[in-house]
Design a protein around this ligand. Sequence first.
Ligand SMILES: NC(=O)c1ccc[n+]([C@@H]2O[C@H](COP(=O)([O-])OP(=O)(O)OC[C@H]3O[C@@H](n4cnc5c(N)ncnc54)[C@H](O)[C@@H]3O)[C@@H](O)[C@H]2O)c1
Length: 385
Amino acid sequence: MKQKKKLRIGTIGYGFMGWAHADSFDRAGKFFDADYEPVFQTVCARNKENAQDFADRWGYKTVETDWRSVVNSPDVDLIDICVPNNLHADIAIAAAEAGKMVMTEKPLAMTVAEGEKMVAAVKKAGVPNMVWYNYRRIPAVTLAKQVIDSGKLGRIFHLRAQFLQDWTISAAVPQGGTGTWRLDIAAAGSGVTGDLLAHCIDTAMWWNGPITRVCARTETFIKEREHAEHGKVEPVGIDDACVFLCDFENGSLGNFESTRYARGHKAKYFIEINGEHASIAWDLHDLHRLSYFDHKDDSLVRGWRSIHVTDGDQPYMSHWWRPGLSVGYETSFAHQAADFLASLSGNKPVGPTFEDGLQTQKVCEAIIASGKDRSWKDTGASKML
Ligand SMILES: NC(=O)c1ccc[n+]([C@@H]2O[C@H](COP(=O)([O-])OP(=O)(O)OC[C@H]3O[C@@H](n4cnc5c(N)ncnc54)[C@H](O)[C@@H]3O)[C@@H](O)[C@H]2O)c1
């Protein structure tokens, strides 16, 4: 086996994403062949016992309860941020100032202003950086990007996306605290816009270029909820649902919808793009398939194809099992970790960088502003990697 350089990871947070990222680096190290070997150095969370349990499962060497000590540790090369949104900026900026590489969960920040400071910090420090918009690296979604870039779709007319859930319909669900911080504006920054639509926006702009203008309708169906930490009933500041229309720089039209009030839907992420010659659609519930319609096909057999994205010449698949055998949700994170590790050798950034995450943040912020006064807003977003 070739001798590899060690990349010592300090993971901040051991929740849903802490698990996903630990698994991703574990798989990236084993299934991919970068010059860097991920090492689980430190995990940080406020509850030491739980953090220790996580550390034991994944093989982290040490446990910390204060993220500042991880950021300043000489034993850590990469800070991986897996905590609620209100902590991303402070940790990322401190990490960059300490000369560490930084990966952060999405959304990049709470606001554009915060995101700009994060981008400035990683640029000043010259450190590799990435935002975990993982859905780009589901092989079918990556394949779609390749097909779009090949020009097969021709002129693009439409892009539509939905991200639907149903877990906050009950008024008894609290806001804030562990598990329900997503409902607390102070921890999340926004509701479905930053949590769910941000994924669709990242993929949409990666596929189809910048979103230049938005017009949104946001709604908070349940106006007050008990706060999980102190028990007081407080106004709800997040958007429970959001639909928005948009213009893309290339002249195509977008319509997006997200809600946590679509009874029956747990994580329905659907995205479709329609061009002059062909269309592509993808659905998270059938994530290893890409739907493709090509008007240039012989009319006798023309129709939607369901491409089973499992062959060795399709994105990432040569690293996994045998042709015909599918991979799951978790591998999107493994692919991102693998691409990050590979990028360190060439010193060539891979998207989504912090700068790219900032473009999505700009669109999210324009959506929230538009939802307030229901007018069209320019986003100022530019092309991303
Ligand atoms: N890429 C994706 O698909 C995806 C999916 C889910 C969540 N996320 C993002 O990941 C981030 C975390 O979400 P999650 O679902 O893993 O949340 P979670 O509630 O499951 O876990 C949050 C973790 O943060 C820790 N934490 C909170 N405050 C802390 C502090 N001050 N110091 C250290 N640790 C602290 C908690 O102990 C917990 O381990 C969020 O930004 C979220 O938007 C992304």
